[in-house]
Design a protein around this ligand. Structure first.
Ligand code: HEM
Length: 237
C-alpha cells in the first residue's frame, strides 16, 4: 500500500525536525523566548530588550557607514560629507546611528536606574549587575571613540580634551592616554586606533557581555518588583 500523502503542515515540519535533530536550535529558541516571568512586571522590565534592539540598530547602521567611511585625517570628514549628501539614504543611516547612540545611553541609564531602585542587583543577581557594569563602561567607551570619527574641529578638540582628562588619572592615566593616542602625540594613528576600537574590539566585547548578561537573566529569571504581592519569600529568588 502507498504511504499516506503528508499534509502541508507535516511537510513544513520536516525541515524544522531536521534542524532540531541536528542542532537543538528549535527547542533552544523556545528556551530563550518562552519563559515564565513574574505576574506583576511592567514596561520598566522592557528597557533591557530596548537596549538589545538599540545595539542591533547601531551594529547594522555602523556596518553600512563603514562601507563608505575612510579612517584617515584627509578622508574622514569628506567621507562623512559624502555619506550625508550623496550616498543613497546615507543621511538617514547616519542620523539613525547618531540618534541611536544617544538613545542607547539614555536607555542604559534608565535600565540601570530601574534595576538599582528595584533592588534587582541583590542576591542572586550580583553577577548580572557586574556584567551590566562592564557593559556600561564599554558603551561609554563607544561614545568616546565614535565622537572622534567625524573628524571636524569639534570632534578633534573634544577628543583631545577627553584624552587629556584620561591622562590626568593617577598611575594608569598616562598609559591610557598614550595607548589612545598611539604615542606621545595625537596623530593619524590615533584616528585608526579609535576606528578599530569603535568598529571591532569594543562591539565584540559588548556582544560577548550581552550574551553573558542574558544567560544570567535567563538562568535566574526576572525579579519581582519590591512591592509585589507575589514576591518570593525570604531565601527564594
Ligand atoms: C548593553 C547594555 C545592556 C543590555 C543589552 C541589558 C539587557 C538586559 C535584559 C534584556 C534584561 C532582562 C529584562 C529587564 O530587566 O529589562 C536585563 C536585566 C538586568 N540587567 Fe541589564 N542590560 C544592559 C546593561 C545593564 C547595566 C549597565 C546594568 C547595571 C550596572 C544591568 C543590570 C541588570 C540586572 C541586575 C538585571 C536583572 C534584573 C531583574 O532580574 O529584575 N544591565 N538586562
Amino acid at each position: 500500500m502507498a504511504p499516506p500523502i503528508p499534509s502541508p503542515k507535516e511537510l513544513a515540519q520536516i525541515p524544522v525536525d531536521w534542524i532540531e535533530e541536528r542542532s537543538g536550535l528549535v527547542s533552544g529558541h523556545k528556551y530563550l523566548l518562552f519563559r515564565n516571568v513574574p505576574k506583576d512586571i511592567s514596561w520598566l522590565q522592557t528597557l533591557g530588550s530596548g537596549l538589545i534592539t538599540t545595539f542591533l540598530i547601531q551594529a547594522t547602521t555602523g556596518v553600512l557607514l563603514a562601507m563608505y567611511y575612510q579612517p584617515t585625517p584627509d578622508g574622514a570628514f569628506s567621507s562623512i560629507q559624502y555619506i550625508t549628501d550623496t550616498a543613497t539614504l546615507g543621511w538617514m543611516i547616519r542620523g539613525m546611528h547618531k540618534w541611536g547612540s544617544t538613545m542607547f545611553v539614555i536607555l542604559l541609564f534608565l535600565h540601570m536606574g530601574r534595576v538599582f531602585l528595584m533592588g534587582s542587583y541583590k542576591y542572586p543577581r550580583e553577577m548580572t549587575w557586574v556584567t551590566g557594569a562592564v557593559l556600561f563602561l564599554m558603551v561609554m567607551f563607544m561614545s568616546l571613540t565614535g565622537y572622534l570619527l567625524v573628524f571636524d574641529q569639534r570632534a578633534y578638540w573634544a577628543s583631545v580634551v577627553a584624552i587629556n582628562i584620561n591622562g590626568s588619572a593617577p598611575i594608569l592615566g598616562p598609559f591610557i592616554a598614550e595607548f589612545l593616542k598611539v604615542g606621545p602625540e595625537f596623530s593619524q594613528h590615533t584616528l585608526s586606533r579609535f576606528y578599530s576600537l569603535h568598529m571591532l574590539a569594543v562591539p565584540g566585547g559588548i556582544m560577548a557581555f550581552i550574551g553573558l548578561h542574558l544567560w544570567l537573566v535567563i538562568r535566574l529569571g526576572v525579579s519581582s518588583p519590591p512591592w509585589s504581592k507575589h514576591r518570593a519569600k525570604a531565601g527564594e529568588v
